[in-house]
Each structure stands twice: as C-alpha cells, then as structure tokens.
Design a protein. Structure first.
Length: 241
C-alpha cells in the first residue's frame, strides 16, 4: 500500500506542475472578454515572418503594432547588473524574436485595449498568442518586460513573481522604459539612440534586415525609440511590395 501511495505522489506532482504551467500560459485576452476574437479580426503570420522592431513592437503582415499590456526596455537602453552595464533593451528584443522564430504554431494577434495600454494616437495595439501562449505574459514572466499596471491583473502578478525571483531586468538596476524615453538615465549609463530616419518621412531600426544596407545621411536624425519617431510623425519604413 505504501508503494502504491508513493507511486500516486510521483505521478501527481508532475501532473500538477504541468497544469500550473498550462494555467500560467492562458490564451490572450488579458484586458477582458469584451474583445471578441474572430478570424476576421486577427492578424496571422508564421513566427519566422514576423519582424521584431523592439521588445514590444512588431511588424506583422506589413503592419507595425505594439504588443498590449507590456513595456519593454528600449533598444539602446542599458541596465546595471552587479556593477556592469548590459544592453537589456537589445536582450528583450532578441528574446521576443526567439519566441516568434521558434513558434510551433501560427501567431495570431487581436486588437488590444489601447486606453488601458496607455498608448496615444491610432497606432495599432495588439494582444498576440502562439497557440495557447500569451506572448506578453511570457515576456513579463521571463523578466524581459514590465507590465502596464492595471492592464491585466495577471500581468501584474507575473511581474511581481519575476521581481521576487530577481529574473531578467529585475536582477539589477533599470530606469522604467517610459522614463528612459523622457531622457532619464542610470548614473554612468551609455545609452544609445539606434533608430534613424530614412528619407523624409520614414524611420528604420537596427534589427531590420534592411538596416545594414541603409546609409546614415548627414541629415539623418538618430531616434531613441519608436515612440519618439511617431511623435515626429515618422512612419516605419514599409516592406518592399
């Protein structure tokens, strides 16, 4: 009987762990059930075809969109871990790109709640899922992004757990991305402005495959974030037809 009980425990523990992982990666719809997810509303693409602009901005089906409910460090932003500066903005973007590149299912993105996401203007806000995996929840769990407080209680609790465990950007010093965009820096941080203008009305980022062939002209303006580019009424360089 004791052996049988021991066997039950051995089976039950992994099963409970698997259930916990499944519940952690619930489908998207973080802002509530009022957003109906229909096939007509969804943007769909294979993960390898999604271009990552930064840690919370993507181009899917030729459309640039922000991932709702999270705010990732900007591409040129640095964090300090054990006295050493690291490019946490680039790290976040590469993690997001890895999610999509390794996606075993088609990526789907639905309209998110722009008001709760504290985004201005008509720039598309989307909640993205890879199968049952919520991309924003995964980024926040891995300590690669901070939640937009109040967008989703689940995101807030996931960030608290990551902070308690000192995962990712929680393991050192970081300026909140919104304050970094306003010009605040850590003492000694050598933050970079990595975007630049392309032509009169467009801008381009360093993760874009076209960036290497793009030459910085004398009148090209370096831009610190895609938000700053939009404030200047610039549009991300569209893909070739």
């Amino acid at each position: 009987m004791k052996r049988f009980s021991h066997l039950i425990v051995l089976i039950a523990v992994p099963a409970l762990f698997a259930l916990a992982v499944y519940l952690q990666d619930k489908p998207v719809n973080a802002a509530g059930d009022k957003i109906a997810k229909t096939d007509e509303m969804a943007l769909e693409a294979e993960g390898r075809d999604i271009q990552v602009i930064d840690g919370d901005t993507i181009m899917i089906n030729g459309k640039v969109a922000d991932i709702a409910g999270m705010d990732a460090p900007e591409l040129g932003q640095q964090c300090r871990h054990n006295g050493t500066f690291q490019d946490c903005g680039m790290s976040s973007a590469m993690q997001l790109r890895k999610y999509f590149a390794m996606a075993p299912f088609t990526v789907q993105c639905w309209p998110g709640d722009a008001e709760r996401s504290e985004k201005q203007g008509d720039f598309p806000i989307v909640e993205c899922g890879i199968g049952e995996r919520d991309v924003a929840a995964a980024m926040i769990t891995d300590g690669e992004a901070l939640p937009i407080l109040g967008y989703s209680h689940r995101y807030d609790s996931l960030s608290t757990e990551a902070d308690n465990a000192k995962i990712g950007i929680h393991g050192g010093d970081i300026i909140a991305p919104e304050k970094w965009r306003d010009g605040k820096r850590l003492d000694g941080e050598n933050g970079h402005c990595l975007y630049r203008t392309e032509g009169a009305n467009n801008y381009i980022g360093p993760l874009d495959p076209r960036f290497a062939d793009s030459t910085a002209k004398e009148d090209s303006i370096k831009i610190c974030s895609d938000e700053e580019a939009r404030d200047k009424n610039l549009v991300y360089l569209a893909p070739a037809p």
